[in-house]
Write a protein that binds this ligand. Structure first.
Ligand SMILES: [Zn+2]
Length: 199
């Protein structure tokens, strides 16, 4: 069909999530048409993240040094750890400007059906961090999904056993701001009700 290098580009692009065969072809032809500078810029950016970005040795967030920017920031509260599933979850938390503690990135959520067990995540590392440090609170900010909830419950139980003095909290889940009750599904509304607070 296509010359081998084009076929190779199409098949590499097709491995990306959400990219089907047709989109892969469209992207490949876009790259073929683009000037050399843009095309090599893309290739260099991919190579650079793979060479320079690793995981922070303390919190497992993305880092271009052994310890990430947030862990190195002395102005942040070292006694509070917010636990998230993926490095991508740190950014929306940071955008709220509500949180001034540190993070712990698990690398996923527990899902026995998919073969994701506690030892596949950075859970033991979290327990060691909490036991070893002056931690006051652990905020469980895993996703409000079945796997995220199971992960939060597993970690909460582990922390109760190991570090009973540490306060363990879970993000409240509730109604989207600006929407009507009648449009909320019953799970969301039920969670919002059980997480109600005094005014
Ligand atoms: Zn870090």
């Amino acid at each position: 069909m296509y010359p081998a290098p084009v076929q190779r580009l199409v098949s590499e692009l097709g491995k990306l999530p959400g990219i089907g065969q047709r989109t892969a072809q469209r992207l490949a032809f876009h790259i073929l048409r683009s000037d050399l500078e843009d095309a090599t810029g893309l290739a260099d950016a991919i190579r650079e993240v793979k060479e320079r970005i690793g995981l922070c040795e303390r919190c497992f967030n993305l880092a271009d040094q052994p310890v990430c920017d947030i862990c190195r920031d002395e102005r942040r509260d070292p006694a509070v750890i917010c636990v998230v599933e993926e490095p991508g979850d740190v950014i929306p938390m940071e955008r709220t400007h509500e949180y001034r503690g540190r993070y712990h990135v698990l690398g996923g959520a527990l899902s026995p059906i998919d073969g994701v067990d506690p030892e596949d995540l950075k859970i033991a590392e979290l327990f060691r961090r909490v036991e070893g440090g002056e931690i006051r609170e652990v905020v469980l900010a895993t996703n409000p999904t079945t796997t995220g909830e199971a992960t939060a419950l597993h970690i909460a139980a582990g922390l109760r056993d190991r570090s009973p003095d540490v306060v363990v909290t879970r993000l409240a889940s509730g109604l989207p701001v600006g929407s009507d009750l009648e449009y909320a599904d019953e799970v969301t509304l039920g969670k919002a009700f059980s997480g109600r607070r005094a005014l």
